[in-house]
Design a protein around this ligand. Structure first.
Ligand SMILES: Cc1cc2nc3c(=O)[nH]c(=O)nc-3n(C[C@H](O)[C@H](O)[C@H](O)COP(=O)(O)OP(=O)(O)OC[C@H]3O[C@@H](n4cnc5c(N)ncnc54)[C@H](O)[C@@H]3O)c2cc1C
Length: 411
């Protein structure tokens, strides 16, 4: 099948593809546009959970599919423990499946939007053609969230059968992307059920660093959904995955030693990997292709969060497109100063110049959590920046900042 007369083609229809398609569906400017969504996956499984902090005001422009909300965030660091006051933010969780079902229900009402299940093999950026196992599909604009040229995630394996992003693999790999830093945020979670009430549903554990660090950044977070059910997630920032049984050993040990739960049932497990990199994924122009989502660098390099950023960037892109008649990929990038901070922090963490545990402990010990959240959202004021930059140990950051300055034009 060859169909080249689409206005907009989405190569990949997960979080970012569906979010932009929803923006198109609700705006009069796109009403006469023929839109095609391509993906190899039907999106009928709860393949991930998205957590993020947001104010009630921000929620007005975020998908109305929140599954759980917490006002209290517990932090356990090195010699510091606190119930963080996060107001005006609340910590929220969206189940992937709820988002997919909600998005698909809205899009199915739109006669100009079509979805085709297909495996994408490549994209001809110049001509705006997506090559798939079901044929070629072309359009004026292609929004790619499925393919990357740089292999940012580990290849598929028994533990990680289908990475969410396909690496085209014909680039010479991450070495080609020097001087950029690549880390992986990898995690395994157990949704556990205990026979008796053990959890406080009002308080989630944001980061618990009391576990062995092994020269990396390792923490556990706990999301309680009821007095008897919680998602317990062991998370690591490091260049490579752990052996498969290490995730299970860490989870079982944490549940036993810190949650003090001995009898429980594992209802579901989750495994995921998020790339954390300062690689500049979003070129200003690449023919008819605009890269979005993880493939477009939407993941915050120093934290791995992307859900709220995706909604904000997609809205900003759609607003400007409506105003100017053209999509403007440069709107999808963070400001230079945030790219620089992320590059420095990533380098510090990768070289273990300051342990992640010490860095995050110093932030939450010295600063109000909402300030840290504002900074991570890239909404900080200049005064916030100064306070934040003074919180962690200065010298290791200064040295890494000097190193990154050499590459300032590539950040
Ligand atoms: C398990 C997990 C948990 C996460 N949790 C959080 C969180 O709590 N908070 C947060 O802010 N961020 C989180 N993230 C990071 C980020 O928000 C998500 O990865 C988000 O889904 C990225 O959106 P995207 O559109 O780039 O990718 P995706 O939503 O993964 O969409 C990409 C789409 O491309 C399709 N695709 C890939 N290759 C091909 C191909 N060859 N042919 C056809 N289709 C293809 C995939 O099927 C998929 O539907 C998480 C990521 C993962 C993996």
């Amino acid at each position: 099948m060859t169909e080249l007369n689409w206005d907009i083609v989405f190569a990949g229809s997960g979080l970012s593809g569906l979010s932009l398609a929803l923006e198109c569906a609700r705006r009069p400017f796109f009403q006469d546009k023929k839109i095609l969504l391509l993906d190899r996956d039907e999106k009928t499984k709860n393949d991930r959970t998205w957590c993020f902090w947001a104010t009630d005001e921000e929620m007005a422009s975020l998908p109305p599919v929140v599954f759980s909300t917490w006002d209290k965030c517990l932090f356990f660091g090195d010699g510091f423990e606190a119930a963080l006051d996060i107001a005006p933010y609340r910590y929220r969780m969206v189940r992937g499946l709820d988002f997919y079902d909600w998005a698909k229900a809205i899009l199915s009402k739109s006669s100009q939007i079509e979805r085709i299940m297909a495996n994408i093999n490549g994209i001809d950026a110049l001509n705006g053609i997506v090559h798939t196992d079901k044929g070629d599909f072309g359009g004026d604009w292609v929004f790619n969230s499925a393919l990357t040229k740089i292999p940012v995630l580990p290849a598929s394996s028994a533990m990680y059968p289908q990475p969410p992003l396909t690496s085209l693999g014909h680039d010479s790999g991450q070495d080609a992307a020097a001087p950029h830093t690549f880390l992986l945020q990898h995690f395994k979670g157990y949704l556990i059920k205990s026979p008796s009430p053990v959890f406080d549903v009002r308080a989630m554990t944001f980061m618990d660093y009391r576990i062995e660090q092994k020269g990396e950044t390792r923490f556990v977070y706990v999301l309680p959904f009821s007095a008897t059910e919680a998602l317990v997630e062991f998370t690591v920032f490091s260049p490579a995955l752990c052996p498969a049984d290490e995730y299970d050993a860490m989870l079982r040990g944490y549940i036993r030693d810190f949650l003090k739960i001995t009898t429980y049932e594992v209802l579901e497990t989750e495994f995921g990997v998020i790339p954390m990199s300062d690689y500049p994924f979003t070129p200003h122009t690449e023919g008819r292709v605009v890269h979005i989502g993880t493939a477009g660098g939407f993941v915050k390099a120093s934290s791995g969060y992307a859900f709220k950023r995706t909604q904000r960037r997609i809205k900003a892109l759609a607003d400007a497109w409506e105003r100017s008649g053209q999509p403007a990929p440069e709107l999808l990038r963070s400001k230079w100063r945030y790219r620089f901070y992320d590059a420095v922090l990533l380098r510090v963490l990768k070289d273990n110049a300051v342990a992640g545990k010490d860095f995050f402990t110093s932030l939450f010990q010295q600063l109000p959590a909402p300030l840290v959240f504002r900074f991570l959202d890239e909404d900080a004021t200049f005064a916030d920046d100064i306070r934040l930059l003074n919180a962690p140990p200065a010298w290791p950051f200064f040295k890494k900042a000097l190193r990154q300055m050499r590459y300032y034009s590539k950040i």
